[in-house]
Design a protein around this ligand. Sequence first.
Ligand SMILES: Nc1ncnc2c1ncn2[C@@H]1O[C@H](COP(=O)(O)OP(=O)(O)OP(=O)(O)O)[C@@H](O)[C@H]1O
Ligand SMILES: [Mg+2]
Length: 238
Amino acid sequence: MTTSNTVWHDAAVTKQHRAAHKAQIPCIIWFTGLSGSGKSTVANALEQRLADLSQHTYLLDGDNVRQGLNKDLGFSDQDRIENIRRIGETAKLFVDAGLIVITAFISPFKAERRMVRQLVEAGEFIEVYMGTPLSTCEQRDPKGLYKKARAGEIRNFTGIDSDYEAPEHPDVVLDTSSMSVDCCVDHILDHLIQRGILTAVSARARMKAGNNSGGCNKAEADPANKTAGSGKPSERAG
Ligand SMILES: Nc1ncnc2c1ncn2[C@@H]1O[C@H](COP(=O)(O)OP(=O)(O)OP(=O)(O)O)[C@@H](O)[C@H]1O
Ligand SMILES: [Mg+2]
């Protein structure tokens, strides 16, 4: 609900001041994809690499946000939309604080991702699509949720009985069935260089998987990373 009795109060210290203090360009790096596609894993590795580059970051992760800010929301379409709206507004505040915000949510619907893109300034929203096939995600099933969804124990599970709308024009596409975590991070760093968010010299020096141009060979995903379901059954990020 909005009210017409509120008036925006401008702050003397602006986003530009805050970003300049941190010597960086704030933005949102928005991961979207099926459960088990590797959003949290790659987002974490990316944040570590950005920290090595002295970038100030904040990672918003689906399950964590659902245990706090969004603990009152479920997995109906309506609640998923409200989940993303709140996350979008939170990410916008952090961008205003001068941070590089990384988000890892299934965020299955195009309209909500577009809504978040439009919340921030042009060029501040970078969409990373984890195009890992459903078969791989289901085989990994790190939280044991696909098994439960197939058994009918949980409803509205994305990819099984709830839609996932793939992005039409993502900024970066990654498939963790054939790309290592380091390779995925290199691709994102390369994109950040191309956009002028990171400087080429320092970022390329931090690239790990390939030839320091973001063009790492597609490597077999680490089979050691396959973990059995141990998460709580009621939790489906997004
Ligand atoms: N190349 C890879 N990149 C990312 N994850 C990988 C890779 N190879 C194997 N994995 C494994 O795949 C799983 C991905 O799970 P992760 O929690 O990151 O997915 P998610 O997209 O965040 O899912 P959810 O939406 O349920 O939170 C992890 O167990 C990870 O170790
Ligand atoms: Mg996750």
